[in-house]
Design a protein around this ligand. Structure first.
Ligand SMILES: Nc1ncnc2c1ncn2[C@@H]1O[C@H](COP(=O)(O)OP(=O)(O)O)[C@@H](O)[C@H]1O
Ligand SMILES: [Mg+2]
Length: 236
């Protein structure tokens, strides 16, 4: 099931239960993202947003439901094989190699058809030979995003891209993401703590709490309903 007006889902999570070892975090989570679409996962700390992304990348244990990329199930595939199916994941900690340079990161991940990252983020051009560990937070996030896009993904998962960054940098990163999704057909599922920021850049959103999807809608609907959503589902 996809949003009205959107194409077939690039990423389709249905009835997903997942967690870690014997711990079940998610229950019956259904989320879809179409090509060219940016979809936001919202909800309080501990809601299961990160776990949803980890399950897609094969890093959380799925006990029920399905996750399909371009119609093919990702269940029981290793993270490595899932990445080769053109699913990219930018974790909250960005997972850069501090001692590798910008160029080395990009060379490791570049694939034919991938984006020219230095074209997208000219800021990184001047830093090509710098090690990732000495870059500013904003430059590191540009590198993390650039590295993911250089691999020409079909679906991109992004966890808390704005974490610890100045608002002007955050807007720059999200605008870049929006342009790329619109022009390349990339489907983006992003986790974002800042609700208004998330709803500014996403077309749709899902609200998770306690491991379940409590409500969903277009960004406009969720923005309008937010005070009610906070009271009804987030206990605020
Ligand atoms: N590696 C793990 N092992 C066990 N429990 C975990 C692990 N990671 C997260 N959890 C638990 O799963 C729940 C959801 O966490 P998470 O998906 O990180 O939430 P969110 O990203 O929405 O803040 C939390 O209760 C958290 O304590
Ligand atoms: Mg999280």
């Amino acid at each position: 099931m996809t949003a009205a007006g959107a194409g077939p889902a690039a990423l389709e999570i249905t009835g997903l239960s997942a967690g870690y070892g014997p711990i079940r975090v998610l229950q019956d989570v259904t989320v879809s993202v179409a090509a060219k679409e940016i979809v936001s996962l919202l909800g309080p700390n501990g809601a299961g947003k990160t776990t949803t992304l980890l399950a897609c990348s094969g890093m959380a244990k799925v006990s029920a439901g399905d996750i399909r990329l371009g119609g093919r199930s990702l269940l029981r595939l290793s993270p490595h094989v899932i990445a080769r199916r053109r699913l990219a994941h930018i974790p909250g900690d960005r997972s850069l190699f501090p001692s590798l340079t910008v160029d080395e990161h990009l060379r490791l991940c570049a694939r034919p058809g991938g984006l020219d990252v230095l074209e997208l983020f000219p800021e990184l051009k001047k830093r090509r030979n710098r090690r990732a560990g000495v870059l500013s937070g904003g430059e590191q996030q540009m590198l993390a995003l650039g590295r993911a896009l250089a691999a020409d993904p079909q679906v991109l998962l992004v966890d808390e891209m704005s974490m610890g960054l100045a608002p002007v940098v955050v807007e720059r990163l999200f605008s870049a993401l929006r342009e790329i999704a619109a022009s390349s057909g990339l489907a983006v599922l992003m986790v974002e703590q800042h609700v208004h920021l998330a709803l500014k850049y996403a077309q749709r959103g899902y609200v998770l709490a306690g491991g379940r999807v409590r409500t969903q809608g277009t960004a406009e609907e969720l923005e309008e309903r937010w005070p009610e959503i906070e009271t009804s589902y987030l206990g605020r």
